[in-house]
Design a protein around this ligand. Structure first.
Ligand code: GLU
Length: 554
């Protein structure tokens, strides 16, 4: 009998042979991994950060925020930014999720320095790191800082019910931790029987201690210490988040862990794990959640109820990535809120400027920012961006752009140039059809019904007459703006409209004034009661399209 086994027997600990049965795949020791992933040769002050999403097929916009902050903190300090895929939850795993994640990061131009097969501290996908975790779990078992637990899901659920009925904390602790001191013979018997087991961390039990730590965003915090024996290795052999986190962040030599503040309550456990594993204590920065206003109160932006929680929402709607980035950066650091977009995009995000309370996601504000960002682009650039978006989300529009790009540019020019532009109506590429599509012949549905409410208050019969009269006498090349516009006035007056608003006021029995007449023409030409000025609109449309629209009404 070797010395360890002897000691283990005396102390009531598990022997190496039993530990080997529990963790069969562990060959290397923690020391081996320490040597393989040595401290990084970085200058003092350089921070290593990571974005560590779980690939569940859904990228939360809050994750992008955390990622932006992490990337900025690393890069502004000359450090390294890592992408680590946390895929140990096989039940929630979705096939295409890693690709989706990659696409989301690419959309926002977030570029990790290490990810996938790039970098010396990988693998960067947790499911490929099992042998690493197992080395550390083996070591914890050897030092009696962990133990196997054979409790079934049903037994645990039952226990939790009893705990609740007795009004005590739920969890695996104290007298409730049934497997905490199983005799070795029981463990081997259960293993012989093929019973599934997890490995639990042996917490220091109830210390009565309060733990203090300093969060880089929230400042000093104090919490009751952990006494729950958390699961660190699941029946599948993969680690839980609680365990993978210290091992990975230590071995990847991460210096600041920036993550969502839903993890705040796990800090006592995490600190215990760092200590038990012999790692230097971590530095954390916890980011407040994004919120949504709900009536008078605010709540967390939720995956289930709020479409805008998903990155996909922004991509599908065709928000320009830089607009969303400017907006998100403003949410991260409110001193950037009213900045010039270009500067906001390149400004460093500082942890000390991150808000401690949650920030409200307000789509109206996002739209405003995006409209400003788009107003700075040339029509050519906008056409390119709409095309890229439409290829995926609006194929008929994409085809139209490919066939007649000039028609799209002309429509955009009206939006962009004085005297009509920049109208700042387009906040996202899907707005194009609605806001400027009326300027493109194939996208316009002519108004055919003279009783259409948009012509109100003018009677249907008169609408038809005015449209016909103007169409019959229309001179497309009449000198602008006065003579061209005078055509509408003349047709209107000939049909009994007052020549001025004042005249109409004094003679309310008339069908309307030049204002009402012009509205009819506006609706016929643009489908809307407010539009860019009509003369430039007719230049974009061309004579035959103007006539087609005037003659469409019955
Ligand atoms: N995979 C964890 C999550 O998605 C990451 C938490 C962390 O950044 O440490 O919530």
């Amino acid at each position: 009998m070797d010395l360890w086994t002897k000691k283990a027997q005396i102390m009531g600990m598990l022997s190496i042979d039993t530990i080997k049965r529990l963790i069969p795949s562990s060959e290397l020791t923690p020391e081996d991994w320490e040597r393989k992933f040595p401290p990084r040769p970085l200058p003092a002050g350089a921070e290593v950060t990571r974005f560590a999403p779980s690939p569940t097929g859904y990228v939360h916009i809050g994750g992008i925020l955390v990622s932006l902050i992490s990337e900025s903190v690393a890069h502004q300090s000359g450090g390294v930014f890592i992408l680590r895929v946390e895929d140990t939850d096989r039940e929630r795993f979705v096939e295409d999720a890693v690709d989706q994640l990659g696409r989301a990061l690419e959309f926002f131009g977030i570029k990790p320095d290490e990810a996938g097969s790039t970098g010396l501290y990988g693998p960067y996908q947790q499911s490929e790191r099992q042998s690493i975790y197992d080395s550390y779990i083996f070591d914890l078992l050897k030092r009696d800082r962990a133990y196997p637990c054979f409790c079934t899901k049903d037994e645990l659920a039952e226990m939790s019910k009893v705990q609740s009925s007795k009004g005590v904390d739920t969890g695996y602790w104290g007298e409730w931790a049934r497997c905490r001191n199983l005799p070795e013979a029981t463990v081997t018997q259960r293993l012989d029987a093929g019973d599934p087991y997890v490995i639990r961390f042996r917490s220091p039990e109830f210390t009565g201690k309060r733990i203090r730590y300093h969060d880089l965003i929230r400042g000093p915090l104090e919490k009751e210490d952990n006494r729950n024996d958390a699961v660190i290795r699941k029946t599948t052999g993969l680690p839980t988040y609680h365990f993978a986190h210290p091992v990975d962040d230590h071995l990847m030599r991460v210096t600041i862990m920036i993550r969502a503040d839903e993890w705040l309550s796990s800090i006592p456990l995490h600190l215990q794990l760092f200590e038990a594993l012999g790692f230097p204590l971590p530095r954390y920065a916890h980011i407040a959640p994004l919120l949504k206003s709900d009536g008078r109160s605010k709540r967390k932006l939720s995956k289930r109820n709020d479409p805008e929680a998903a990155v996909d929402f922004y991509v599908r709607a065709g928000y320009p990535a830089e607009g969303v980035l400017v907006y998100l950066r403003g949410l991260a650091n409110s001193r950037l809120l009213d900045g010039v977009p270009k500067e906001v995009l390149s400004a460093p995000l500082l942890l000390e400027d991150c808000s401690r309370g949650g920030q409200l996601v307000d789509i109206a504000k996002l739209d405003h920012v995006c409209r400003e960002v788009i107003a700075e682009m040339t029509s050519d650039e906008i056409a390119d961006r709409i095309l890229t978006w439409a290829e995926q989300f609006d194929p008929p529009l994409a085809q139209l752009i490919r066939e007649d790009r000039q028609a799209i540019i002309n429509a955009l020019v009206i939006h962009q140039l004085p005297p009509t532009g920049p109208r700042k109506e387009i906040a996202k590429w899907s707005d194009f059809r609605d806001k400027a599509g009326f300027l493109v012949a194939p996208l316009f549905e002519p108004v055919t019904d003279p009783a259409d409410p948009r012509f109100a208050p003018v009677a249907a019969e008169l609408v038809s007459k005015l449209a016909k009269r103007l169409a019959d006498s229309y001179r497309h090349d009449a000198p602008p703006p006065d003579e061209w516009f005078a055509q509408i006035r003349e047709s209107g007056v000939a049909l009994g409209f007052a020549a001025t608003a004042r005249e109409y006021k004094n003679n309310p029995q008339l069908p309307g004034s030049i204002k009402e007449a012009a509205n009819i023409i506006r609706v016929l030409l643009t489908g809307r009661t407010t539009s860019p000025e009509l003369y430039p609109v007719t230049r974009t449309l061309g004579e035959s399209e103007v006539l087609r629209r005037l003659r469409a009404v019955r």
